[in-house]
Ligand binder design. Sequence first.
Ligand SMILES: O=C[C@H](O)COP(=O)(O)O
Length: 225
Amino acid sequence: MSKVKTPIVILNFKTYLESSGEKALELAKTLESVSYESGITMAVAPQTADIFRINDETNIPILAQHIDPISPGGHTGSNLLECLVEAGINGTLINHSEIQMKLADIDKIIKGSKSRDIFSVVCTNNIESSRAAATLNPEFVAVEPPELIGSGVPVSQAEPEVVEGTVNEVKRINKNIDVLCGAGISTGDDMEAAIELGASGVLLASGIVLAKDPKEALLDLVSKV
Ligand SMILES: O=C[C@H](O)COP(=O)(O)O
């Protein structure tokens, strides 16, 4: 698998109306334009229903928000890896704080993704869970203290020791794993602080999706990289 160029900004669309349907496509096109203008790698994690169209109409890297640990067959309402690959994903979030998984299932999705050249971003909530995630060899570990998610209080400024400690622990286990940080990130100062703490980028949502002008917010986010 070719290494994803860092620093990277991954925007999780979650299930906000501002990043659903037509607005998901519009936001993906905005990220594609800002990525091209700034030279900074950007990727989107839209809802499953929006993946195919975003892949069809843009060249921005796409992540699934979640992949169910299932094999093809009799399952209803699940996200099957093989189907998401055909829809056009390049990567996947795994174990996001809002849809957590068992360790064995995280391992299964990482292995299945690697075999299909899909990069994995395993979400964790502290240094200890980041250490455990690193032993499974994903491409990325994204540390996000749950209490800061959606708070507008950036982890890189509020809990820098969690970011720095995660970088140190993950790199001790496998120096090839890149660490991202997320939760409350929204400005260029937040991203600059994350990079200074050793992170290779950020995973964010509300600071951009709910911004009055998402393009302006994205340009500010990468203005100090
Ligand atoms: O996936 C993104 C994280 O949950 C952070 O969300 P947030 O940027 O709204 O705090």
